[in-house]
Design a protein. Sequence first.
Length: 395
Amino acid sequence: MTRKNLLPFPLSPLLLLTTIFYLNFISRVILSPLLPVIESDLGLGHGQAGSLFFYIACGYAIGLGGSGFVSSMLSHRRTIIISILFVGASMLGISVSTSLWTIRFFLVICGIFAGLYLPSAIASLTDLISREHWGKAMAIHELGPNLGFITAPLIAEFLLKIFPWPGVLACVGISAVLMALLYHRRGWGGKIKGTPPNWSSFQKVIKNPSFGMMASFFMIAIGSSLGVYAMMPLFMVAEIGLPRTWANALIGLSRIFGILVLFFAGLITDYLGPKKAMTIFLSLAGILMLFLGLLTGPVISPILLFFQAASSACLFPVGFTILSLVFPEELRSVGVSFVMCAGFIIGGGIIPAGLGYWAEAFSFSSGFILLGVIFLCMLLIFHLIIKHIAIVMPY
């Protein structure tokens, strides 16, 4: 009898993986609440500050796309250990960097190793936990990034009272390295090797008429969530005039509201069907993005921030529901990888960098207005595309 058979729902290794996912995510977003300090210390403009997330996103896409090759040579367990170990080492590298290009180099490395994690984590969870408990396990595991959104600004502000910003990154890096050592000692499961993607499956995914639509959808979803989140502290501090500590506290708290509406987003998707739900949530995301740019002030902007965070969170349940419908089972994992690669490069990299450069030339608020218009225009395009995939996605 294996250890897996002894516990149908092994909570301890699940919590270890959730903590690793949390540190993986924190490492990629902790720069956001630190941007006002980093800008001042390094003499960066908004565009250069925003472009830091582009380097992380490019690395993450590379890691996500290459995760199958790495896990096929190693086991999923070893891939997870290497992933969080080098994420931590990369954060430590950034903390001692003396030039902007060195910081950018380590951000790419951090993104690459962070991207290796998720496919191997999902494979480890499904290998470790009996099938009837998969839903609960995935829900617990998803607490990692959601808690990361909430706590990153709060952790940054707390540590900034003790250390300069490189010290904050060093604390995150040390935590990740220690977590790698702990998982090496205490983690179990995921001893099987991954299957590398092949050229044939890649071609089938790219030729699927749904690929372009889903890649565009997740560009919007990730852009309105992670992309806007990355630049929100600069907007609140530089344009609205809020103190940095207050701005970061509001940004962290706003994500709690986003988590609360996730359940209702899932219910709406099940009740109305993914097509109608997508229309509603994309419309809300575009309209609230417009309002965030049109109505600015120390009172109205924080209020809109809460609703914008909720609208962006709603996009993910319907997005993953549609994604599971438009790709056949044998292509689903490859399809998800490539869709998310495109989504992270644009939504998590180009959108925050673009917002930063746009704010230098004009303003953050006008950048939000532009994003809102783009989101609403994409909604019209999606409706045209959906007509051609009605057989695959019947409702």
